[in-house]
Structure formats: C-alpha cells, structure tokens
Design a protein around this ligand. Structure first.
Ligand SMILES: *Cc1c(COP(=O)(O)O)cnc(C)c1O
Length: 464
C-alpha cells in the first residue's frame, strides 16, 4: 500500500468514537479522556506511517485500534500506589509502607472517609472536643502518661517537642546518640531547625553521668536521649540510661525527653522477640516526655506519639507547629482503632498484623513454603531451580539490624547461572498485577514468606 492509502485506512475521529468498540470506553472513562486518547493514538499511528510506510500492528484494524486505546486508558487509571507482596523479609519496610493495618483500623478509616465524624466534637455537648482527645485518653491508659499528643510522624514529634520545650536554649545530648534515621532526619539538624542549641556531651562510644552534669548551665532547656535504633555501638562503651539521668535532671529542675523511635507498647521479649524500650517503662522511670512512631512496632498508621507530663504536653499542644503537624481524621481513626486492640492484650497477636507477622514461627512459614513451592516453580519455569531454604527476616524501620528472626524462603536459582536471567525474573514479577517483591542475594531470588498471608491471592496472581 502507498502512504496515502495507509493514512486513509485509519478511521476518522468521529467514526472511531461512535464505533461499537469505543462506545463502552466512553461510558467507562468519559468522553473527554476517550477523545483525548483517541486523538493521541491516531497521531501516533500517522507518525508511524510517516516513519515506516506501514500501519502499526496495533492500528491494523478498527477493532485493534480500539483495543489499543482501551489499554492506554486503563493504564492511565492504574494506581501508582498499589498493593504488593512484601517478600523482602523486612516486616516494617519503610519503602513498602511499614505496618500493615489491622482490620479494625481499616474499618475505622473507611467509616471516617465515608461520612462526617466527631473529630473535634463532643457528643455530650461538654464543649469543643480536641482532635487528639480520644487517642490521648487511650495512650494515657496504655502508658500511664498524664497526657499525650499526636502528630504526623515521630520526626514531627521530635521537632515540635524540641521547638516547644527548647527553642533558644541548650539541649544536652550524648555524642553517641546524634543519630541519622534516614533521609534528612539527623538529630543535629532537627535541633537546629527547632531553634535549639545542641550541647554535645561525652564521646561516641562512652558518655557518663558526670558529662551531663558538667554541661548543665543557665541556658539548659532539657536533657535528651535518643534511642540508637538503627545501629549498635559495641566494645568499650558506656551510655547513661534514662533512669540514671532522671535524678540529675530533677536536681536542676530540667525535663528529660527521650525519642524511642519504635517504642513497643507491649513487652516483645514475652513473645520471643528482641526487647525494645517501652514508653510506659520510661515514664515510670521518671522521664518527662517520650516520643515514638505509630507505624513501627505499634503496628498502626504513620503518626508520632508524644506522651508525658501534662504541663509539658500542654505547651506542645499550644505550639503553633501543632496546627501544621496535626493528624487528619483518617490517621486518628486508624490509630484509635489500633490502640483499642491493645486493651485486649490476649487477642493482640491475632488481630494486629505487625505482631502476627513478627511472631510467625519458622515452622508455619516452612509449611507455607512447601505449599507454594509448586506454584512458584510453575510460574518461574524450568529455567529455575526452586528450593525451600532457611533465612532470616528483619523487623525493619530502625529496629536493630543485628536482631534477626529465623524464617523460611523459597529461593529461585537460574539454571544457566546468569545474573541477567535472575534480574529478568525479578523484574517480571515486579511487573505482575500484584507485584511480588523479593530480594536478590547469593545468585538467587529470595522470597521470604514471613509476610505472605494471602496464599490464594499470591497463587492467582501468577495465572491472571
Ligand atoms: C524512626 C525513628 C524516627 C523517625 O520516626 P518517623 O515516624 O519515621 O518519623 C525518629 N527517631 C528514632 C530514634 C527513630 O527510630
């Protein structure tokens, strides 16, 4: 066919849009998006003819062109933020959204999204409610704090706490605790941002109580402790615990603030997990303010929880940053529902996904691996050897990287021994409708099955 004939073979806009193939697309995507997409694809087809003197395959008939337009329109509606199977072995994976929410939280959020809620409204008419009221009552009950306040995340909690309690004055911190959490969150930078003057004491590996004592002066606002969650200093070390710091601070009338990072509301050691500092223990030891994340070990939504003395919490609540950092109704709904689960501690392991996943036994995970081995072998094809192997999961999100949880993985080794083959498989599986995210190491793809709960959905994913 010569070029003019090829151009003439393409349908005109009007005929295309009114065709039987395109009519349902208008219903599904709206006339505007359909027309825009059809125009763009007709232009692309003409450009292809100009370049290759041939019709592109996808425009070789009106039906194929319509199908092509349909797939483009669908692709535009594909959410970029979408569910994946987290088989990385890291339970609280920051890049994959950290804690999976409890069903109760999911329901509370949907209800809060669908209609009006009592966000700052007292049903008994006692006065304008505060948006943190319900959640702070729960935090008080669970931690023994006098008062609590909730902001966007723990970074925000530290920022507003330092701004409200330390701006223009000195905050004393050990050199061993000038942590970088990741991204731009470095303790010295946050101090500066909050308008505090950082007073470093001690050495990287050793800080003594006398170092804090020597640094206290007229300009001191507070003594700060930061949980060194994502690294460990080993060997010739010494740090001063919150409990040791409290009497010194009291002597000088200064508050002790501690940033716990993950902060577990339950004793993880009782579940056979590595122990993490608990906010209630810190408060009982006399710490004035603790801050911790909502979506780390707590297993709730992204949030920063500040708990402690009423006088200090009142100052934080009244700080102008509170308005900028406050949580929305969805976060508060999810957090309240999650905290209510802690009121039923014997049911927690069942109802809180984070705890359920962290406490899954290697035996249960191994059984899942054996069940899924044939599915994974069939999906990967004969080019891969699939095996059940022991591995180690990580808690993630700033929990100690040295604390590993014994787990079980399906591993895929390319029979041709080529890294490229492995990478291609990993990429293909990341492009599945429900992407499968594993981890490549030692020449194989590891699928740690600790966080896989919906095996039926996992299997169906490969056949869709
Ligand atoms: C994780 C962490 C933070 C930051 O918490 P986000 O909730 O991620 O903002 C701050 N401090 C410590 C010690 C942490 O571990």
């Amino acid at each position: 066919m010569d070029t003019p004939t090829l151009y003439a073979a393409l349908p005109g806009m009007d005929r295309l849009l009114s065709s039987a193939e395109c009519a349902p697309l208008a219903k599904r995507h709206g006339r505007h998006a359909l027309a825009q997409c059809a125009r763009a694809q007709l232009d692309a087809a003409r450009a292809h003819i100009a370049a290759h003197a041939a019709l592109p395959d996808w425009a070789s008939s009106q039906a194929r062109l319509a199908a092509h337009i349909a797939s483009k329109l669908e692709a535009r509606q594909q959410m970029a933020l979408r569910p994946v199977f987290n088989l990385t072995g890291t339970v609280l994976h920051t890049n994959l959204g950290r804690a999976i929410q409890a069903e109760a939280a999911v329901e509370a959020v949907s209800a809060a999204m669908r209609g009006a809620v009592t966000l700052e409204y007292d049903l008994d008419g006692a006065g304008r409610g505060h948006r943190d009221t319900a959640v702070s009552e729960l935090i008080r009950e669970l931690t023994g704090a006098e008062a609590a306040c909730v902001v966007n995340n723990n970074a925000a909690a530290v920022l507003i706490t330092l701004s409200a309690l330390g701006a223009g004055r000195e905050v004393i911190v050990s050199r061993g605790e000038l942590v970088e959490i990741g991204g731009a969150f470095r303790m010295p930078d946050v101090m500066r941002q909050a308008g505090c003057i950082l007073a470093e004491v001690g050495a990287t590996n050793r800080t003594h109580l006398k170092d804090y004592a020597a640094a206290i002066g007229a300009q001191t606002a507070l003594l700060m402790k930061v949980h060194t969650s994502n690294y460990a200093i080993e060997g010739f070390t010494k740090s001063v615990s919150e409990a040791e710091l409290v009497p010194l601070a009291r002597e000088h009338g200064l508050p002790v603030v501690t940033d716990l990072g993950a902060g577990a509301l339950i004793d993880l050691a009782a579940y056979g997990l590595p122990a993490e500092p608990m906010p209630q223990a810190m408060l009982a030891a006399g710490v004035d303010i603790v801050t911790f994340s909502g979506d780390k070990l707590l297993g709730g939504p992204q949030a920063g929880i500040i708990a402690g003395s009423k006088a200090l919490i009142d100052r934080i609540q009244a700080h102008p940053l509170k308005r900028a950092l406050r949580c929305d109704k969805l976060t508060l709904a999810a957090l309240e529902a999650t905290l209510r689960l802690y009121l039923q501690p014997d049911l927690l392991r069942d109802k809180l996904p984070t705890l359920r996943l962290l406490t899954r036994t290697p035996r249960a995970i191994r059984e899942a691996a054996q069940r899924l081995l044939p599915v994974v072998q069939a999906a990967a094809g004969a080019g891969f050897e699939v095996k059940v192997e022991d591995c180690a999961s990580q808690i993630g999100s700033g929990s100690l990287p040295v604390d590993r949880l014994p787990s079980v993985a399906l591993t895929l080794t390319p029979r041709d021994g080529k890294g490229g083959t492995l990478l291609a498989l990993s990429n293909t599986w990341r492009a599945l409708p429900h992407p499968v995210i594993g981890r490549i190491s030692d020449g194989r793809l590891w699928l740690d099955l600790r966080c896989l709960e919906d095996e039926a959905a996992f299997s169906a994913n490969f056949s869709s």
